[in-house]
Design a binder for this molecule. Structure first.
Ligand SMILES: [Zn+2]
Length: 187
């Protein structure tokens, strides 16, 4: 019996599709479509979906764990004047507005994800970890770290909170605790 799926995977079919897609008139069509309002609308709608955010977070994580991504992020961090530039950016009116916006977004998604915990629950949790960071184990001032990050749908419930020092917390970024541990295990 003829199976379209199998047929689509044959080298002949792939070569044909490639030739078809790279025809000059097809290229023009695609260009026109990309310049259209329909395309822009489609993308801006897609970009604001939660699925897209999760996809991008995973994509970045995948990319920055490849050797290419590692070199790139190191190169960006080490660019001369980058530190000073970022410092002055965050102190500028635009930077302040941006930070305010990001904090708002974070608060909103925290509320949207649901869950909450009390001060007593938090102190109990710190007690379980003997007031040490859950990641590096150092006795430091602890901050609330979300195991599944708020940006990836993690809730503010105590079951999703881990005590973490501020340096581990900020280097964890949008990884889950397990992903962060895994990354730390690979030097
Ligand atoms: Zn730590």
């Amino acid at each position: 019996m003829f199976d379209q799926k199998i047929y689509n995977n044959t080298p002949e079919r792939k070569a044909f599709m490639k030739a078809y897609a790279t025809r000059p008139e097809q290229k023009e069509k695609r260009k026109a479509y990309k310049a259209s309002a329909k395309y822009r609308e489609y993308w801006s709608a897609y970009r604001s979906t939660p699925e897209y955010k999760v996809y991008m977070a995973e994509y970045h994580q995948r990319y920055y764990s490849t050797s290419n991504g590692k070199t790139k992020s190191k190169a960006n961090g080490a660019k001369p004047g980058r530190k000073e530039y970022m410092k002055s950016y965050w102190a500028s009116p635009e930077g302040r507005a941006k930070r305010c916006h990001l904090q708002n977004q974070r608060r909103l998604s925290k509320t949207a994800n649901g869950g909450s915990h009390t001060m007593v629950e938090w102190l109990e949790l710190c007690g379980m970890f003997a007031d040490c960071c859950a990641y590096c184990g150092m006795l430091k001032k602890l901050t609330r770290d979300h195991d599944v990050p708020v940006s990836r749908g993690g809730t503010d419930d105590i079951s999703n909170i881990l005590p973490s020092c501020s340096s581990c917390n900020s280097s964890k970024h949008d990884r889950t605790a397990a992903e962060f541990e895994l990354q730390r295990a690979i030097p």
